[in-house]
Write a protein that binds this ligand. Structure first.
Ligand code: DGL
Length: 274
């Protein structure tokens, strides 16, 4: 039998982000569920999401995700992007009839862990000003001081790092310095990495920070959620095919090929935007 005609019973999930950020979530999913087949979509053509308006994101994402779901037939979708999730999760879910898991800032665990009662939230400019995040803070960090910091430059630094370029710590320092300013800043002992790109810079962030803090992201919790959801879905007979990373936009972006391969995506395919 030719390999393309072989079938096997396996779950398949689709992980979506504006760029390479979702790979930080893929890492956690691969650790927990090594047998899960994965596809990945990077919406390079529309990045950075952190600078887009709510109307732009809610206008684009439901239709795009519905098309991608049809194209890749996953059992569930992971929106591995805080900006997209806190802005458009409900409208995406309304468009799609399989489970859609959103990645939202890990404010609850950070507030529970903090000894000083002062935490930072480092996300994109869009994420830190969304109502959804205000709600999380009110709900789970009501007795904490919360310092918000938005940065879109860190997103592009993570992209460049995974394309093999070196990152200047001074550039990172400039982006995070406002977080640690003043008395409140000095009290911060936990920082929520509220953008999936940022765990890819974890060591760089720690080296650039003026104090030692715990950097908390949502990746492991999302992998656990995917596990629970898939447990309730029957496995389908599927044709064997490579785990594929689809890049929306110019395929010249494949200077990140090695990064996608190191997260288990053996095939990289360009998609024409629109
Ligand atoms: N990785 C995304 C997030 O978690 C967004 C990055 C961007 O495109 O601004 O927010």
């Amino acid at each position: 039998m030719r390999p393309e005609h072989q079938t096997y019973e396996r779950h398949r999930a689709l992980v979506f982000d504006s760029g390479v950020g979702g790979l930080s979530v893929v890492g956690e999913i691969r650790n927990r569920l090594p047998d899960l087949a994965l596809d990945y979509v990077a919406d390079d053509a529309f990045r950075p999401y952190g600078e887009k308006s709510e109307a732009e994101l809610t206008g684009r994402l439901p239709g795009l995700l519905a098309t991608l779901a049809e194209m890749t037939s996953p059992d569930c979708i992971v929106i591995a992007c805080n900006t997209a999730s806190v802005t458009a999760l409900e409208v995406i879910r309304a468009e799609i009839d399989i489970p859609v898991i959103g990645v939202v800032p890990a404010i609850k665990p950070a507030a529970a862990w903090s000894r000083t009662g002062t935490i930072g939230v480092l996300g994109t400019p869009g994420t830190v000003r969304r109502k959804y995040v205000g709600g999380l803070i009110q709900h789970f960090a009501g007795d904490c001081q919360v310092v918000l910091q938005g940065s879109v430059n860190l997103v592009e630094m993570a992209e460049r790092k995974l394309a093999g370029e070196s990152i200047d710590l001074n550039d990172i320092r400039r982006e995070i310095a406002p977080l640690f300013e003043g008395r409140e800043g000095a009290d911060i002992d936990a920082v929520v990495l509220a953008c999936t790109h940022f765990p890819l810079l974890r060591e760089d962030l720690q080296r650039a920070a003026r104090q030692t803090v715990r950097w908390i992201d949502s990746g492991a919790a999302i992998a656990k959620r995917v596990d629970v959801i898939l447990n309730s879905i029957e496995k389908q007979k599927r044709t064997v095919r490579a785990d594929t990373a689809f890049l929306i936009g110019p395929v010249a972006e494949t200077n990140r090929k090695a990064a996608f391969q190191s997260f288990g995506f053996d095939q990289i395919v360009g998609l024409v935007p629109g």
